[in-house]
Design a protein around this ligand. Sequence first.
Ligand code: 0GY
Length: 291
Amino acid sequence: MDPDWLPFHPHPSKPHFTPPPGSVDTHCHVFGPEARFPFAPERKYTPCDATKEQLFALRDYLGFERNVIVQASCHGNDNRALVDALVNSQGRARGVASVGRDVSDAELLAMHEAGVRGTRFNFVRRLVDFTPREVLAEIAARIAPLGWHVVIYFEAQDLPELWDFFTTLPTTVVVDHMGRPDVTKPVDGPEFKLFLKLLTEHDNIWSKVTCPERLSQAGPPGYDDVVPFARRLVDTFPDRVLWGTDWPHPNLKTHMPDDGALVDIVPRIATTPELQRKLLVDNPMRLYWSN
Ligand code: 0GY
């Protein structure tokens, strides 16, 4: 693993908040194990192993029932570790894969069988090499008939340039980590307003209200500066938001979050039992377990 790699928290606290029955952690990853599922040669970082067994143990410990495992860039378009986790989850995990234009229809179908329901387009330059938009559009058109959606990962300053591409995608579109806002700017400022406008004008676009530990300047345990951004999204678009831990938290440089403390942020961003149920159960079940 990279010399400055921060491994995930070895002993997270037990959350005070009890997730409603059937809760889904919709953003988490598996890494390797490298000896069985080597990392991709084109990767931009080399993490520690983070296995399916460790992920499922954390799921149970935190009081969740299901996972959505998102292909991480360190595995490139090699989805074997992801698929292995899905098929060994007793139906309790779905996946978001990463595919290239060379993927065959048979491979897509096999991934669907295993539990994949989406593909991820990553626009964060430190994580992936550039893929031309027409290639991504071609992939989106191929996965749409399967009922899959597209997960997009980008940074807030790039939204204006990416807007036309995102708004012409033919599927449901899920934005990772609230479009990575700069939370030192006001929640009512022009940058986050543009992101709210994206969801207001396009009802096929959803947002994950994830990663306070990645976005915060205030830091743990409360990540107070991120809460208003997530809360605004949950209040405004209660049927199009998802929550996840982001375990095992790749590429954090300052600290490793306590996953139990992350769960305790949920009632601060989804402030009623109804909003909590939509965020943790109804929305993910509709998107990942209905086909
Ligand atoms: C995340 C965030 C990051 C990494 C990846 O695919 C990835 O490698 O998504 C990041 O470094 O911001 O969602 O896990």
